[in-house]
Ligand binder design. Structure first.
Ligand SMILES: Nc1ncnc2c1ncn2[C@@H]1O[C@H](COP(=O)(O)OP(=O)(O)O)[C@@H](O)[C@H]1O
Ligand SMILES: [Mg+2]
Length: 396
């Protein structure tokens, strides 16, 4: 069908409001396409509709928004509230995210263990009033650490939205100055601001201001900056919530490390999480369940952000070459060739080769059960073709 990608894009944009009329007309279109045998298009529409029904709100915690007094007190930030600035350069020291900028964010998809830990922490924050009434201490400072692109920043922004508080995101470029005295002063100004308002203070790329104190390169003055951070975190403790994030936990001063009530390692997604991430980022496109499994196998060692990049590539390829109906595997083979800088893996290396040896590797993958029918969906072929290809690779 000509211009189908545009129809699909229109549909994806309009089902967000979940209007009954839009959904009804989309169902009509799906049936009509099914009747004329346009199965791929019908499937694509069914997928858009089913994802609209599930809605991407995520499963980490119930969807109620809490506005707890115990979790953060102070004045309310409005659209007119100006962030603090560096006295000399007027560079903002922070960026403010109000609820409306946060509400679009779906939570990152995490492995089960990690999700349990996050769920528990959120439970304590949501129940903050109760805990405080019972005279119990709240965990008010959390450190998220782990490889880049694993969803740490997303997780913090999403948590603030669920708690119903705006985010004050520290800006490293504004805070740090080649004059270390200025850096310490800016840190105090940032915390003064955060303590005045009801908010979540988010210290992203935290290692930038809390490096090891005995770094031989920059002794002396650096200690003053780290001490300013430590004092500021301690003084903030009874007032509000603070989340610090780092990709380089090894760079953190041990004294800083101990300051945090909760420390959560956000690791690379496991196979089950990768399946869900691929599902989310191929949503609304004719990518069949078997192909999703093969993509989850292939993306071992990728972060959530890298999986998103891979899926975006596949979607662009499928849109641009819609006429030729490229298979998912064809698209992803191109992606591997075009993203040679990203770390390799045996799976990706075997797929990049011209032969079909990767098929036997997929079939013996332990973490996800993948069968010949799944591979058939990934390469857009019949199952008997897959079985023939497999035999031919066994012969050589
Ligand atoms: N676990 C995940 N689940 C879903 N999407 C993810 C995940 N991790 C990363 N992403 C995607 O990558 C983007 C960048 O992730 P980000 O939160 O900035 O990672 P980090 O802060 O760990 O470097 C996110 O906005 C999201 O679109
Ligand atoms: Mg980040």
């Amino acid at each position: 069908m000509e211009h189908f990608p545009i129809v699909l894009a229109l549909l994806r944009a309009s089902v967000r409001d979940k209007s009954a009329a839009v959904i009804q007309h989309a169902e009509r279109l799906r049936e009509a396409l099914h009747k004329v045998g346009a199965e791929d298009e019908a499937l694509a529409i069914a997928q858009v509709l089913s994802s609209a029904k599930q809605s991407n709100s995520g499963t980490l915690v119930p969807s109620r928004v809490v506005k707890s007094r115990a979790i953060s007190s102070g004045e309310v930030i409005t659209a007119n509230t100006q962030p603090p600035v560096d006295k000399e350069t007027s560079t903002p020291l922070a960026e403010i995210f109000l609820g409306n900028r946060l509400s679009e964010l779906a939570p990152p998809i995490l492995s089960d263990r990690l999700e349990r830990a996050v769920h528990h922490l959120m439970g304590q924050w949501i129940g903050a009033d109760e805990l405080q009434a019972a005279g119990l201490k709240l965990p008010r400072t959390a450190l998220f650490f782990g490889a880049p692109g694993t969803g740490k920043t997303r997780l913090a922004l999403w948590a603030a939205e669920k708690l119903g508080i705006p985010v004050v995101l520290a800006r490293l470029d504004g805070l740090t100055s080649s004059y270390l005295g200025t850096t310490a002063r800016n840190i105090r100004a940032l915390f003064d601001f955060a303590n005045r308002y009801k908010c979540l203070l988010l210290l992203d790329e935290f290692d930038g201001i809390a490096k090891l104190r005995d770094d031989p390169q920059e002794l002396g003055e650096v200690k003053r900056v780290v001490n300013a951070v430590l004092q500021a975190i301690d003084a903030r403790a009874p007032l509000g919530l603070t989340i610090a994030i780092t990709n380089h936990e090894g760079l953190l001063d041990p004294a800083v490390w101990r300051r945090f009530d909760a420390r959560i390692e956000v690791g690379m997604p496991d196979a089950a999480a990768r399946l869900k991430i691929v599902e989310r980022y191929t949503e609304g496109f004719p990518v069949k369940p078997g192909a999703i499994k093969v993509l989850a196998w292939l993306s071992e060692g990728y972060s959530g952000s890298e999986i998103e990049t891979m899926c975006d590539f596949i979607k662009r390829h499928m849109t641009l070459f819609a006429e030729e109906k490229p298979s998912v595997i064809e698209a992803v083979q191109l992606f591997i060739d075009l993203s040679a800088t990203s770390h390799s893996s045996p799976a990706r290396e075997s797929l990049a080769r011209e032969d079909f040896h990767w098929i036997s590797q997929v079939l013996s993958y332990q973490d996800i059960k993948i069968v010949q029918a799944d591979i058939a969906e990934a390469i857009d072929a019949t199952q008997s073709k897959v079985s023939r290809l497999l035999k031919s690779t066994e012969r050589v």
